[in-house]
Design a protein around this ligand. Structure first.
Ligand SMILES: C[C@@H](C(=O)O)C(=O)SCCNC(=O)CCNC(=O)[C@H](O)C(C)(C)COP(=O)(O)OP(=O)(O)OC[C@H]1O[C@@H](n2cnc3c(N)ncnc32)[C@H](O)[C@@H]1OP(=O)(O)O
Ligand SMILES: [Co+2]
Length: 150
């Protein structure tokens, strides 16, 4: 097995509204999903896309950034926001074709998968791998949506 394409970069924030305004109004990003609650993951989420451009290697697609704010008392990002009150880069998310095969692969490599796969913000199953087993990067693995959407 191997990792698939980078789907999104997760950024934790104490204020989704303030971060959203920053990316849209100052950085020129497009809001692709207005904020919504995702109780299954303990976060409030919105997606922004950086603009694609005609770079030296031809047309490039925009890149997806996921903004997450703690939702509920048991949010898994409470600790992160406590340590980083202004927010910060939280996780990287890669796509795989088959979530259970990917889980078995990571576990076979001796890496700590955090809990069972659960439905993520794109409507497909996701799981996280502990940052200590991933060179310091909290890593999200998500099953590629069947319709190819991202
Ligand atoms: C909506 C969905 C989607 O895309 O579909 C999402 O993304 S939801 C995204 C939110 N969901 C998740 O993050 C779920 C998975 N995350 C978790 O289970 C947790 O956040 C852990 C990763 C286990 C961290 O737990 P906790 O906050 O209690 O941290 P802790 O203080 O015990 O930290 C243990 C060690 O890991 C480090 N650590 C903690 N969070 C980190 C992060 N995001 N990146 C890199 N390192 C991190 C700490 O600094 C600490 O290092 P030292 O020991 O050196 O001090
Ligand atoms: Co994510």
């Amino acid at each position: 097995m191997k990792l698939g394409r980078l789907n999104h970069i997760g950024i934790a924030t104490p204020s989704l509204a303030a971060s959203l305004a920053y990316y849209r109004d100052i950085m020129g990003a497009t809001i692709t999903h207005e904020p919504f609650d995702l109780p299954a993951q303990g976060v409030k989420v919105c997606f922004v896309d950086t603009p694609g451009e005609n770079g030296p290697n031809g047309p490039t697609a925009g890149t997806q950034i996921e903004l997450i704010e703690p939702l509920g008392e048991n949010s898994p990002i409470h600790g992160f926001i406590a340590k980083n009150p202004a927010g910060g880069q939280h996780h990287m998310c890669y796509e795989v074709p088959d979530i259970m095969a990917a889980k078995a692969w990571f576990e076979g490599l001796g890496k700590k998968v955090l809990g069972e796969p659960r439905i993520g913000a794109h409507g497909t199953p996701i799981f996280f791998v502990h940052p200590k087993d991933m060179n310091g990067v909290l890593t999200e693995i998500m099953e590629t949506p069947k319709d190819g959407a991202h």
